[in-house]
Design a protein around this ligand. Structure first.
Ligand code: BYC
Length: 315
C-alpha cells in the first residue's frame, strides 16, 4: 500500500469511528481507535485514578479522630470506596494498553496530574462534611457526564462510581446540615469549612473553556459531553440555594443571581492559584506526594510476594 492509499484508509477508519460514536455505540478495548483517542483516554482516566487515590489522604487523616463510632465507620467506608474507584479506573486505563507501573511512575515522578482539590488541607472535622458535599458533589456532576462517554470501560466504571459517590455526598450533606443547625461553634466550623473549600471545588471543573486545550477533541469524540464551564455552572446553580437555605454564606462577594439566564453568576476564580497548584506549589502538594511515595516504597514487599506467587503457581 502506498502512502496516499494508507492516508485514505486511515481517513476512512476515522470516519467510520466517528460515525459509531455519533450512533451512540460504545468503543470497546479491541476496537480500532485513533492513536490520539487512546492517548487522551489514558491521560484522563489515569489522572482520574490518581485523584481517587490521592483523594483518600485529606479524609484518611481524620479516621482516627472521628467524633463517634457511627461517623468513624462511615468515613472508613467512604475512604475505602475511593481506593476501589482508583482500582476500577486503573483497570479501565489498562484496557487501552497502559501498564500499572507506567501510570504509578508518572504520578510519583510528577508527570501525571491529579485533581487540584486534594492539595488543600483538611483542618477540622467540619471539613469531612464539606468535602463530602462539595467535592464529591462536584465529582458526581462530572462523572454523571462521563458515564455517557464513548469508551465502554470508562463509562461502565463511572456508573458504579457515581452510585457510591451519591452515598458520599449524602453523608457529607447530612453532616453539614447538622453543623449548620447545631451550636454556634458548630455553625462557625461549617462556615469556615465552606470558606476554605468553595473555591477549590469550583476549580475541580478545570480552566475556562477558552483555556482548555483538550476539551474540543474530547467533545468531538464523545468523551466529554459538556464543557468545563457548563458543568461548573450546573454545580453553582445546584449548590448556592441549598447552602443559603442553611444560613451559610458563599465566600464570593460578586456572586449574584441573573434572572435572564436563570444562573447564579460567580465571581472570578483565582486562576493564578489554580495553575500554581497544578505546577506543584499548592499548600499540600509536597505532603501528598511524600505520602504516596512512602506508600509505594512500603508496598514493595507486597508486590514482590505477589510476583513470587504468580511465578510459582501460574506457570
Ligand atoms: N486538577 O484541557 P483541560 C473524587 C489539567 S476524585 C488538576 O480542561 P481536560 C474524590 C488537565 O488535566 C475524582 N489538573 O483538561 C476522591 C490538563 O492538563 P494535561 C476527580 C487539572 O482533561 C476522593 C490541563 O489542566 N475527578 O471524586 O479536558 C475523595 C488543561 O485542562 C484540573 C476527575 O478526575 C484540576 N482540577 O478537563 C473525594 C474527573 N483541571 O493533562 C472525592 C476526570 C484541569 O493536559 N477528569 N486540569 O497536562 C476530567 O473530567 C477532566 O480531565 C477535567 C479537565 C475536567 C479535570
Amino acid at each position: 500500500m502506498n502512502d496516499s492509499e494508507k492516508l485514505l484508509e486511515s481517513e476512512e477508519r476515522i470516519h467510520e469511528f466517528e460515525a459509531r460514536i455519533a450512533r451512540g455505540e460504545k468503543i470497546e478495548p479491541g476496537d480500532w481507535m485513533p492513536a490520539e483517542y487512546r492517548k487522551q483516554l489514558i491521560r484522563m482516566i489515569s489522572q482520574h485514578a490518581h485523584s481517587e487515590i490521592v483523594g483518600m489522604l485529606p479524609e484518611g487523616a481524620w479516621i482516627t479522630r472521628a467524633p463517634n463510632l457511627r461517623r468513624k465507620i462511615t468515613l472508613l467506608a467512604k475512604v475505602q470506596d475511593e481506593a476501589g474507584h482508583g482500582q476500577y479506573l486503573y483497570h479501565a486505563a489498562e484496557t487501552l494498553g497502559a501498564t500499572r507501573e507506567e501510570m504509578i511512575d508518572a504520578l510519583l515522578t510528577g508527570k501525571a496530574k491529579y485533581s487540584s482539590v486534594f492539595n488543600y488541607p483538611s483542618l477540622t472535622w467540619a471539613d469531612m462534611g464539606m468535602i463530602g458535599w462539595l467535592v464529591d458533589g462536584a465529582a458526581i456532576m462530572n462523572q454523571t457526564m462521563l458515564a455517557h462517554c464513548s469508551y465502554g470501560p470508562y463509562s461502565r466504571a463511572m456508573v458504579r462510581i457515581c452510585t457510591e459517590e451519591t452515598f458520599h455526598k449524602k453523608q457529607g450533606m447530612e453532616q453539614v446540615i447538622k453543623y449548620a443547625r447545631g451550636t454556634p461553634k458548630q455553625k462557625e466550623m461549617a462556615q469556615d469549612a465552606l470558606n476554605r473549600w468553595w473555591w477549590p471545588s469550583l476549580m475541580m471543573f478545570g480552566p475556562h473553556d477558552s483555556n482548555s486545550p483538550n476539551s474540543a477533541q474530547l467533545i468531538r469524540w464523545g468523551v466529554k459531553t459538556k464543557t468545563n464551564d457548563e458543568l461548573r455552572q450546573e454545580f453553582i446553580n445546584k449548590m448556592v440555594p441549598d447552602l443559603q437555605l442553611l444560613g451559610l454564606e458563599i465566600p464570593d462577594p460578586d456572586l449574584h443571581y441573573d434572572k435572564a439566564s436563570g444562573n447564579w453568576v460567580s465571581g472570578e476564580i483565582n486562576w493564578d492559584e489554580f495553575w500554581r497548584v497544578l505546577k506543584g506549589d499548592g499548600p499540600c502538594n509536597q505532603e501528598r506526594m511524600q505520602a504516596r511515595r512512602a506508600a509505594h516504597e512500603n508496598g514493595v514487599w507486597v508486590r514482590e510476594a505477589l510476583n513470587a506467587y504468580a511465578e510459582r503457581y501460574e506457570h
